[in-house]
Design a protein around this ligand. Structure first.
Ligand code: AMP
Length: 221
């Protein structure tokens, strides 16, 4: 049974790190809308030019543009066994659109990675990402080169404190309502993001196993 997994949580909760680990483990694509947009900015495509100043200011791209990007990505054949969605949806209208897209796919599971604001600020102040491929540095790295491609590690442009505060405000106003949107569903689960990275991965895998069996129990084929 294929399934799609949405990673919810504030900036810095570990969505990208966990999505990339789990995508490798499950052999399904990691779809990060932030990475797609940053790549477009780097390549100076028309989309990149359209969104650059919004990304730099920590705001959100309009729902229509971002849902079009995700809908197109979900049409590609590599997504047939399921995808890990990192950074999408970020608003209730985006979640409604995703429900429409998911109706033609497998079940949609939602993992909410919970982290306090103090911990978010502490983590983002020291986060390093690869300048080449955008991968987050691992905790145990020497902060010189990327473990995936060997590229140089740099701070992420929108991790400056003023921008982080703006991103947190946007998260509380526009993304946090998604918790109420998804929480009543049996496919929604919460995971403590303050644990060690390996323990967060294990908790997500346990939660996904439980959510998949609950889904199979409620909708037997
Ligand atoms: P992220 O890497 O997920 O933190 O995303 C980085 C930035 O990309 C965000 O601060 C937004 O400007 C933009 N972005 C990513 N995903 C979305 C989305 N689903 N809706 C609107 N803007 C997005």
């Amino acid at each position: 049974m294929s399934f799609d997994l949405v990673m919810l949580g504030p900036p810095g909760a570990g969505k990208g790190t966990q999505a990339s680990r789990l995508a490798k483990r499950w052999g399904i694509p990691h779809v990060s809308t932030g990475a797609i947009l940053r790549d477009a900015v780097k390549a100076a495509t028309p989309l990149g030019r359209q969104v650059q100043s919004i990304l730099e200011a920590g705001g959100l791209i309009d729902d229509e543009t971002i849902t079009r990007i995700v809908a197109e990505r979900l049409e590609r054949p590599d997504t047939a066994p399921g995808v890990l969605l990192d950074g999408f949806p970020r608003t209730v209208p985006q979640a409604r659109t995703l429900d429409g897209l998911a109706a033609r796919r497998g079940p949609l599971l939602v993992v909410d990675i919970v982290l306090t604001e103090a911990e978010v600020l502490r983590r983002l102040a020291s986060r390093m990402v690869c300048a080449e491929c955008g991968t987050n540095a691992q905790d145990d790295e020497d902060y010189a080169t990327c473990h995936d491609c060997g590229g140089p590690l740099v701070p992420r442009a929108d991790d400056r404190e003023a921008v982080v505060r703006k991103r947190l405000q946007v998260y509380h106003e526009q993304t946090a309502p998604l918790v109420a949107y998804y929480a009543p569903r049996p496919s929604y689960c919460r995971v403590d993001g303050a644990q060690l990275v390996d323990d967060v991965t294990r908790s997500i895998m346990d939660a996904v196993t439980a959510a998949r069996s609950e889904h199979a129990r409620l909708s037997p084929t």
